[in-house]
Write a protein that binds this ligand. Structure first.
Ligand code: GLU
Length: 286
């Protein structure tokens, strides 16, 4: 992967609730990495999911980020205002037969998958609606049906992560055809994030290690859309004293609540911002 200069990073919160301390410390690392490289840092509000995102959370997140000490370039970018960009990418993928409409219900997919999967991972799609060859779908627009990306079968993939070290996965075996456009006519996270990171010319994506698997999906989309991928730095998720991951749904750990409890940004950083293993040893690897 070629490094583009100057360094350009982003913070990408989803306004589905108050900002969790886990996100805040990951963002803090992102800001530190950007500052250390004299870079620019942008704020992108990932508000595509109309059912889960709320404007009051957006306002609260902006306030909390400022209170914590974040500074970003320009006005925040709102995904909800960028539909034409996502649609253009959808059309490009459609015209190359790289996506296909899928009418399976969530239950069909879950039922066919059998084994339980990791917390956030979707089951591997069994391929029920996948055309045998690269058929070009005749749809003028994506609405009304789910669209899946045709993941190549058994392709070994790898990339080097600046925090988590060398990463490998086998497309088609460890993850399957994933959703790029939802049935309710909303672009899916994987497509939107690739289009945004590319158009915003992000050079390094800094985020939590829970998105490592998604990065492989995104790398397939970069390739399919003939876009250069950024570099990646996936940070360990913060854990409690027993080593258990602090869940996002644990509202008590929102910045807002910690602030109301009288903690200052410095105290929160001292409590939750441990030095990532890679930086402790002065290297890039775990
Ligand atoms: N908006 C996503 C989240 O809050 C982050 C996406 C990303 O960093 O790629 O989990």
């Amino acid at each position: 992967m070629q490094s583009k200069t100057p360094y350009c990073g982003r913070l990408a919160p989803s306004p589905t609730g108050y900002l969790h301390v886990g996100h805040a410390v990951t963002f803090w690392r992102a800001q530190e990495r950007s500052r250390a490289r004299n870079g620019k840092l942008f704020l992108r509000i990932e508000d595509l999911d109309r059912d889960r995102c709320r404007p009051e959370f957006r306002t609260a997140i902006l306030e909390d980020l400022e209170w914590f000490g974040f500074q970003w370039e320009a006005e925040p970018v709102l995904q909800s205002e960028r539909r034409p960009l996502y649609l253009a990418a959808w059309k490009q993928l459609r015209d190359r037969g790289l996506i296909y409409p899928c009418t399976c219900t969530r239950r069909d997919v879950l039922g066919a998958a059998g084994a339980p999967h990791a917390e956030d991972e979707e089951p591997i799609y069994p391929g029920t609606c996948r055309p045998a060859d690269l058929t070009i779908p005749q749809h003028e627009n994506p609405a009304g049906v789910t669209w899946r990306f045709r993941v190549p079968g058994a392709e070994a993939m790898q990339f080097h992560d600046h925090c988590a070290g060398p990463q490998r996965s086998v497309a088609g075996a460890e993850f399957g055809d994933f959703v790029v456009w939802r049935k309710d006519d909303v672009p899916a996270y994987q497509l939107a994030v690739v289009v945004d990171d590319a158009t915003m010319q992000i050079t390094e994506v800094v985020r939590g290690a829970d998105l490592l698997r998604s990065t492989f999906r995104q790398l397939l989309l970069y390739r399919a859309l003939a876009l250069a991928p950024p570099e990646f730095c996936h940070l360990p998720l913060i854990v409690d004293s027993l080593g258990k991951r602090l869940a996002k749904r644990d509202d008590a750990l929102s910045l807002r609540i910690l602030r109301a409890a009288g903690l200052s940004p410095d105290e929160i950083r001292a409590r939750y911002l441990s030095t990532p293993p890679s930086e402790r040893r002065g290297g890039n690897r775990r």
